[in-house]
Design a binder for this molecule. Structure first.
Ligand code: M6R
Length: 601
C-alpha cells in the first residue's frame, strides 16, 4: 500500500525523502513522487510511474533541493498507475500526499466540478487536496479540519501550503503515520523503517490529531486548535534488522531469522515455574468461545491455532476472514472473545473488526508484530510477536511467531481449565523451548529445498494436501508458493480430494503431502497413494520414517512434539516457495500486485 515520507530540517530533503521511500518499498507501489519547498519558498514536485529509480533519475535532471518536502509511493486503487495519478497532488496553493481511500470522493468530486474545479487525475486523493484549497482562507489548520469533516474513509495526509514555507501538516484516520524526531529535524512516515537510519525516537500520531512540522520541530493540536504535548517513544528495532544484512532478499533473511524470532516470542512468555503468558493475560475464565480473525497468512495461523486450542483447551474456536467477518453481522455474545492476528497491525479489515468488537462490547486480544500499531493500540489485550521488522511482502517469521503465540495461548487456556494433563503440558512446554534449535536444523537443509525447487519450478499447478493441522499448514504452504512464484496452487484437506479435485491430478502434477501427526499418518499415506496412482509426483513432508515407494521426493523433518510440528514443517515450504520464485525469475520481496501492509479494504 502507499507509503508517505515527509522531511523538515537543516539537511536537503530530496535525499532523505527518496531514501525514506526506498525503506517503504516493501509496502508495494507502482509509482512515486516528491514535492519540495525550495529556498525561494515555492513548492516544486517531480513524480513518475514505475520504480523509485525512475523518479531518482528525473530528480537528478531537475536539480531539485530544499529543506522540507513530502514524498509518496503509490499503490494504485483509484486510477491506473501513471504519472498523472502519482502523488503528490496539487490544487491551487496546496500540495498533498495521501495513503488510504476516500469513500465519498465521487460525490465530492461532482460538487467541486460543479463549482468549476478541473481535475487532472482519476484519484480520490485529488478531491482531498481540492477541498483543502477550497476551504483555505487564512488558517491552514481550519482548512484541513474542515476537509476531514466532509471526507469519509481512511487517510494519512502530508500537506504543504505554498504561502507557508518549510511546513508540513500531517493528520490520519485508519491509516498509519509516525513522526521521527532527530536533532533539529523531523521525519514523518507511514512506518518506522523509513527513518530508522536517522533516529529511533518517534511520536505515534493519534486519529484526528494534527502534527505541524516546521523547521525541524513538531507540535500537535486537535480540532479545537488547542496544542498539546505527547509522549516521545523509542523504537527497539535496529537498522540492521530492517535491512538485508548480506542476504539477497529480505524474505531469505527473514526465514533465517526464525530460530531467533521464535525464541524471542516464546521464551519470555514461559516463566520458570512453567506458567504461560502471565504478564499478558490476567484472567481467562470468562472465555467461552473464541473467534480468531485475520487476513491471508494471519488467518492461516488462526487455522493452526484452532486445531491446537480445541484439542487441548476444549474451547470452541471459529476462524474468520476479517473482510467477511466485519460485514457478516456475526452472532456474538457474553463469553466470546475476538483474537485479532496481524503482522502489520494496520490491515484495514482487521482494524475494522476491532472497532466492531468495541461497539458490541466484545473483549479483544491482538496478536500483533508492529509495536504501537493501530490494532495493537485498539485491542484490549496485546500479545506481541517479537519477530522484528518484516519487510518481504510474503510473511514468514511473523507467521511462525503468530502460530507460536497461539500455541502458548492454547496451553494457557488448557492449564486454566484443567483440560490438559501435566505430562502433556510439560512435554509441549519443553518442545517449545527446543523450537529455535529445531528450526535451525530445518534451515540447515536449505540446499535440498533448493534442489526440489529446481525440479518442480516449471510446473503449471501444484497441490498441497494434509489432514487436521497439516491441512491448515498446507493453506499457508500453498499461499506462500503462489504469491511469490505466480504458480497456480491450491491446498486441500487430503480426504476431500476425491470429492472433486482429484480430477485435476494427472501425469506429473506435483502434490506436496504433509503428515505430521501419528493419528493421521496412515490415512494421509492412503490419500497419497490415490494421487500417485493417477500420476502425481508427490513431495512427502514428515518427521516419520516410512517404507518409501509411494512418493517421489521427501522432506524429512527433525523430531519434536507433533503438536507444534507445523512451525517446523512450514519452514521448508517457505524456502521451497522462495527458490521456485527465484527459478521463475520473480521479484521475491515485492511480488506483483501485492502490498505488505493492506491499509485499504
Ligand atoms: O499485516 P497482516 O498480518 O494483517 O497482513 C495480513 C495479510 O495481508 C498477510 O498475511 C498476507 O497474506 C501475506 N502477504 C502473506 O504472505
Amino acid at each position: 500500500m502507499c507509503g508517505i515520507v515527509g522531511y523538515s530540517g537543516k539537511r536537503d530533503a530530496v535525499g532523505l525523502l527518496t531514501s525514506g521511500l526506498s525503506k517503504l518499498e516493501y509496502r508495494g507501489y507502482d509509482s512515486a513522487g516528491i514535492a519540495v519547498c525550495k529556498a525561494d519558498g515555492t513548492v516544486e514536485m517531480v513524480k513518475s510511474k514505475g520504480r523509485l529509480a525512475i523518479l531518482e533519475e528525473k530528480l537528478a535532471n531537475k536539480g531539485l533541493s530544499g529543506n522540507a518536502g513530502i514524498g509518496h509511493t503509490r499503490w494504485a486503487t483509484h486510477g491506473e498507475p501513471s504519472d498523472a495519478n502519482s502523488h503528490p497532488h496539487r490544487s491551487g496553493r496546496v500540495t498533498l500526499v495521501h495513503n488510504g481511500i476516500i469513500e465519498n470522493y465521487m460525490q465530492l468530486k461532482e460538487e467541486l466540478i460543479a463549482e468549476g474545479k478541473v481535475f487532472l487525475s482519476d484519484t480520490d486523493t485529488e478531491v482531498v487536496v481540492a477541498l483543502i484549497d477550497r476551504f483555505y482562507e487564512e488558517d491552514p489548520i481550519e482548512a484541513i479540519y474542515k476537509t476531514t469533516a466532509v471526507i469519509r474513509g481512511s487517510y494519512a495526509l502530508g500537506v504543504m501550503f505554498d504561502d507557508i514555507p518549510n511546513t508540513i501538516y500531517a493528520i490520519r484516520k485508519d491509516s498509519p503515520l509516525v513522526i521521527g524526531v532527530g536533532k533539529d529535524e523531523v521525519i514523518i512516515a507511514s512506518d518506522i523503517p523509513a527513518f530508522l537510519s536517522e533516529t529511533r525516537d518517534y511520536y505515534l500520531l493519534d486519529e484526528g490529531e494534527l502534527a505541524i512540522v516546521r523547521d525541524g520541530t513538531v507540535s500537535f493540536c486537535d480540532a479545537t486548535l488547542a496544542e498539546h504535548k505527547k509522549e516521545l517513544l523509542t523504537a527497539s528495532w535496529d537498522v540492521e534488522a530492517a535491512e538485508k544484512g548480506g542476504y539477497p532478499h529480505f524474505m531469505l533473511k527473514e526465514m533465517h531469522e526464525q530460530p531467533k524470532t521464535l525464541k524471542d516470542t516464546v521464551f519470555p512468555r514461559i516463566d520458570e515455574a512453567g506458567n504461560i503468558l502471565k504478564n499478558e493475560l490476567k484472567d481467562t475464565s470468562y472465555i467461552k468461545r473464541i473467534h480468531i480473525v485475520g487476513c491471508g497468512s494471519a488467518m492461516h495461523a488462526g487455522l493452526l491455532g484452532k486445531a491446537f486450542i480445541e484439542k487441548y483447551a476444549r474451547v470452541p474456536v471459529s476462524v474468520e476472514i476479517a473482510s467477511e467477518f466485519r460485514y457478516a453481522n456475526p452472532v456474538l455474545g457474553e463469553g466470546d472473545v475476538i483474537v485479532l492476528i496481524s503482522q502489520s497491525g494496520e490491515t484495514a479489515d482487521s482494524l475494522a473488526v476491532i472497532k466492531l468488537a468495541k461497539e458490541l462490547n466484545i473483549p479483544t486480544v491482538g496478536i500483533v508484530n508492529v509495536v504501537g500499531s493501530s490494532i495493537a493500540r485498539a485491542a484490549d489485550t496485546v500479545i506481541y510477536t517479537n519477530a522484528g521488522p518484516e519487510i518481504a511482502v510474503a510473511t514468514t517469521k511473523a507467521y511462525t511467531a503468530q502460530v507460536s503465540v497461539l500455541y502458548l495461548l492454547g496451553l494457557r487456556l488448557a492449564a486454566d481449565r484443567g483440560t490438559i494433563g501435566t505430562a502433556d503440558y510439560n512435554a509441549i512446554v519443553e518442545a517449545l523451548k527446543l523450537l529455535p534449535e529445531a528450526a535451525k536444523k530445518v534451515l540447515e537443509n536449505e540446499e535440498h529445498y533448493k534442489e526440489l525447487a529446481k525440479e518442480y519450478f516449471e510446473a503449471r499447478d501444484m497441490f498441497f494436501i494434509g489432514r487436521g493441522q497439516d491441512s491448515a499448514l498446507c493453506c499457508e504452504g500453498s499461499l506462500k508458493l503462489k504469491e511469490i512464484s505466480y504458480m497456480h496452487s491450491e491446498a486441500y484437506a487430503a480426504g476431500e480430494l476425491k470429492h472433486g479435485t482429484i480430477s485435476l491430478i494427472s501425469e506429473g502434477v506435483p502434490v506436496v503431502a504433509v503428515a505430521t501427526t501419528e493419528a493421521m499418518f496412515e490415512k494421509t499415506v492412503s490419500n497419497i497413494k490415490e494421487v500417485t496412482s493417477r500420476g502425481a509426483d508427490v513431495i512427502f513432508v514428515t518427521q516419520f520414517d516410512d517404507v518409501g515407494g509411494f512418493y517421489k521426493d521427501k522432506i524429512a523433518l527433525p523430531a519434536i512434539h507433533e503438536a507444534i510440528m507445523p512451525i517446523l514443517a512450514i519452514i521448508p515450504l517457505q524456502l521451497f516457495a522462495y527458490y521456485v520464485s527465484i527459478e521463475r525469475g520473480c521479484d521475491v520481496d515485492k511480488p506483483r500486485n501485492l502490498a505488505k501492509s493492506v491499509t485499504v479494504e
